[in-house]
Each structure stands twice: as structure tokens, then as C-alpha cells.
Design a protein around this ligand. Structure first.
Ligand SMILES: [Zn+2]
Length: 253
């Protein structure tokens, strides 16, 4: 699956601001963490973090910036805001929007439910033609806009800040579950293999020899059969090549 993750606001538009929190900053933090967690499960493209997708939509640049139709899913991240609510011990919660023409919404309800399970009120699925997700829909791509929680609700932000990892894991895991994504096993390249091998051999060479070979080692070293490398290191736990073997045999002549 090719997923486009869009962080709402940015490029001079902070979005909703409450206390130390700026929506444009938090939408990027969430998208970063979700993208990280989805690595290997799907191809994640981040909408350029320095850009504002809504501005790009308004100026006709959205589709030029990222060809929407090349994705299977578009998820836009936002934070909600109402007039600041008092700290009443209740969260205002998470909600997710899909375009009004969207017919299949099980996945989105699942994503919303998963985030709510972390400790936020589930406001559920709503349908509204927000510009960017509707543009994706019109390009034939399934899309949703997630309002993680209310940035100006202290109860919401307490959950969000103290359970940030759980929130982003919930979003990523729900995407994995809802779209039945499987972790792709990337084949090891030859370069990676040789790098692993070099590390493995270097570590083996550092191991101390076993006591059972004490006598044999003392004899071989005294007879100059085993002389060690240029650094004098005998590397007793490392492998021996045929070349080294004949060299050692030759020294017994
Ligand atoms: Zn927003």
C-alpha cells in the first residue's frame, strides 16, 4: 500500500495554538512517529513538512506537489480545537473525517477506535468534504482526516503528551490491521551480508581461547607454528584459511 501522510497546517500557519502547543508542530510529530512505525509495512510518503497542503490545494499546487492518484490512501493529521475547555477530568476526544461520498468507512472507524482506546473519548466517524481529503477522493484515492484530540483541552493533551508513543502506535497498528498490511521482508544485499560477516569475524577474533587448548597453544607458539597476525594477535577463536593451514603445517617441517 502506498500511503500519503499529510501533516495539517505549517508554512507559517501554526493551526490551532494553545499554551505551548502548536497544531502544525504536533501534526508533524505524529506523522513522523506514525511513518516510522509503518516502515516495512507500507510505502509511506510524507507530504513535504515545510509545506501547507491546504495552501497548496487553494493555489492549485497540491496535485503538482504530490500526484494524489499515485497513492492508495491519504491520511491527513490534525488536532481539534474548540473554545478552550476547562480541565474537567474528561477528554473531548478523537474523531475522524471521511469525504461525504465515501462509502467504505470500517477502516477509519477502526483507526478512531484504536486512538480512543489509549484514553480519549471516541467521537467517531464524521463525513465532511475537507479540501485536501476531498481532492484525494476526487482523484480516486481513499482518504481520511484524523483529529487526534483537542489541542486546547487540558485533559486531552495530558493523555496525548503522556501517552504519545501509545497514541502513534495505535494509529500505525490500526492502519496495519485495517488494511491487512504485512511486514515486507527485505532481502539482505551482498554489501550488507559482507558487512555483517566482517563484524561477525572481527568479534570472533576477539574471543579468548579455551582452557582445553592451553597445552597445544603453548607448544605451537613455542615451535613458531602459530605466530599470529601482523599485530601478533593469534585470533584463536577465528577461522583459519587453507593458506594459513598450509603455512602452519609448513612450519613443522
Ligand atoms: Zn487543523
Amino acid at each position: 500500500m502506498k500511503l500519503l501522510l499529510i501533516s495539517g497546517h505549517g508554512a507559517g500557519d501554526p493551526g490551532a495554538v494553545s499554551g505551548v502547543f502548536q497544531e502544525a508542530v504536533e501534526t508533524r510529530r505524529v506523522a513522523d512517529a506514525v511513518a516510522q512505525r509503518l516502515k516495512g509495512y507500507c510505502e509511506v510518503t510524507r507530504y513535504p513538512a515545510e509545506r501547507n497542503a491546504f495552501d497548496d490545494f487553494r493555489t492549485g499546487r497540491l496535485n503538482k506537489q504530490v500526484p494524489l492518484s499515485s497513492f492508495d490512501y491519504v491520511l491527513e493529521i490534525h488536532f481539534n480545537a474548540s473554545a478552550a475547555s476547562p480541565k474537567d477530568g474528561k477528554t473531548k476526544g478523537v474523531e475522524i473525517f471521511v469525504p461525504t461520498a465515501a462509502t467504505e468507512t470500517t477502516a477509519e472507524e477502526g483507526i478512531c477506535r484504536a486512538v480512543a482506546a489509549v484514553g480519549l473519548t471516541n467521537r467517531g466517524l464524521k463525513q465532511y468534504n475537507w479540501a485536501v481529503i476531498n481532492a484525494a477522493h476526487r482523484a480516486g484515492v481513499r482518504s481520511a482526516l484524523l483529529e487526534v484530540c483537542f489541542i486546547d483541552d487540558p485533559d486531552d493533551m495530558l493523555v496525548y503528551t503522556t501517552k504519545f508513543d501509545a497514541v502513534t502506535k495505535a494509529i500505525a497498528d490500526a492502519i496495519i490491521t485495517q488494511f491487512s498490511l504485512k511486514k515486507e521482508e527485505k532481502p539482505v544485499t551482498y554489501e550488507e551480508f559482507t558487512a555483517f560477516m566482517d563484524r561477525y569475524l572481527a568479534n570472533r577474533a576477539k574471543l579468548a581461547p579455551s582452557a582445553w587448548s592451553n597445552e597445544a597453544r603453548a607448544w605451537a607458539e613455542k615451535a613458531n607454528i602459530v605466530q599470529g597476525g601482523s599485530d601478533g594477535d593469534k585470533k584463536y577463536q577465528s577461522f583459519v584459511t587453507r593458506e594459513e593451514l598450509v603455512q602452519m603445517l609448513f612450519r613443522t617441517k
